[in-house]
Design a protein around this ligand. Structure first.
Ligand code: SAM
Ligand code: SF4
Length: 361
């Protein structure tokens, strides 16, 4: 695979809530299957397009236009649509954004989603900036797993890459999440040449010391602006090589790390301290994993995106607001699955123009 040049843009277990066990639901495991026989059981629900950071790889420096509030799905709509996806076999839901913690009432939304019979796994991806105060309430509301994004442990570089973010609140958020006792906490870092490629080992040391799983994510050409290019894109093999300078790595095929996502996990042992590391590599560009894709995305305005690289043509919000029944919604989602593309073309430098924050990363 050749290194992407600047991209040609084109439009391109029973969960206890307050200790209560969930009612059993009838399993319908094979209902949402696309034309490539990929079974979809994972919904990424973007709860807002707003964000308190401006990460260089996610949105342009000036930020992006946000949609009017009335265009965003409200909580009742999110719950109604999630119920429909669960009827179609979805078992895992991840809340993302934008930054999910800036959506007012997020704890109540988590509680409502956690109460849906059939949502076996409720997770969130967050930049962690507001997590210190929210970790405990989110855990009590029924959130099971958390991914916290942290690209570097260097405060200056952190502020630079997040364009104004601050490292300490994120570290405080991670500490609060550990105290709250989440079933799993993972750290996400996008690997960026010239920014954190020389600082991956300290991130690994932090993850090993805190006993957290680290995921190193290859930069994808999404919401591309002047930041994307050969100067910033780091192939996953290079990221792995950097980690291997300090840790003896072996593939982890134990299946013990929860999530079932695209990460390929490795176990590492530090050459000097002997500390154990669990690290996952997510490489959408150089080691594409589309054939194993098991997910769909719902944008904050209710557009179904069958693939991160596709615009999505079905507005479930509009259907819902025009009085569609559950049956209508189910049929529309099934039809839309026929349009789930075989795979993205990020490896051919075909980018997604909308920012990750607007799509729901
Ligand atoms: N605001 C939250 C956060 O940052 O964790 C959730 C939304 S963010 C869009 C979800 C994940 O997408 C983050 O881990 C972020 O690092 C990642 N991400 C954003 N833009 C990306 C890109 N162009 N390539 C790879 N990962 C990206
Ligand atoms: Fe950064 Fe997440 Fe906000 Fe994008 S949505 S700017 S990745 S914090």
């Amino acid at each position: 695979m050749s290194l992407p040049s600047r991209c040609a843009e084109r439009p391109a277990s029973a969960l206890g809530i307050g200790g209560a066990l969930r009612p059993e639901v009838l399993r319908n495991p094979f209902q949402l299957v696309d034309l490539q026989s990929r079974r979809v059981e994972y919904l990424r629900l973007s709860v807002t397009d707003r964000c308190n950071y401006r990460c260089s790889y996610c949105m342009p420096a000036e930020g992006v236009d946000v949609v009017p509030r009335a265009d965003l799905l409200d909580f009742a709509e999110m719950v109604a649509l999630t119920r429909v996806f669960v009827q179609l076999g979805v078992r895992r839901v991840r809340l993302t954004g934008g930054e999910p913690l800036v959506r007012r009432g997020i704890v109540e939304l988590v509680q409502a989603l956690a109460a849906i019979p059939g949502v076996d796994d409720l997770a969130m991806t967050t930049n962690g900036h507001l997590l210190a105060d929210l970790a405990e309430p989110l855990k009590r509301a029924g959130l099971q797993r958390l991914n916290v994004s942290i690209d570097t442990l260097d405060p200056q570089k952190f502020a630079l890459v997040s364009r104004g973010g601050a490292l300490q609140p994120v570290l405080d958020g991670i500490a609060a999440a550990k105290r709250a006792g989440f079933a799993s906490i993972k750290l996400n870092a996008v690997t960026l040449k010239g920014l954190n490629d020389d600082a991956l080992v300290p991130l690994c040391d932090f993850a090993a010391q805190e006993d957290l799983v680290l995921r190193l994510i290859e930069y994808m050409p999404i919401g591309v602006d002047a930041y994307w290019g050969p100067e910033t894109w780091l192939p996953v093999a290079e990221a792995r090589a950097r980690v291997a300078e300090a840790y003896a790595l072996e593939p982890d095929e134990s299946g013990e790390i929860p999530g079932g996502g695209p990460a390929r996990y490795w176990r590492g042992r530090h050459g000097v301290t002997g500390k154990t590391l669990r690290v996952g590599f997510i490489s959408a560009v150089s080691e594409k994993f589309c054939t194993a894709c098991n997910r769909v995305r719902l944008s904050p305005t209710g557009v179904l995106r069958e693939c991160l690289s596709a615009r999505g043509s079905l507005s479930l919000r509009d259907l819902l607001r025009s009085g569609a029944s559950e049956e209508d919604l189910t049929a529309a989602i099934r039809d839309a699955m026929a349009g789930k593309v075989d795979g993205h073309q990020y490896d051919a430098a075909v980018a997604t123009v909308e920012s990750m924050s607007a799509i729901g990363g």
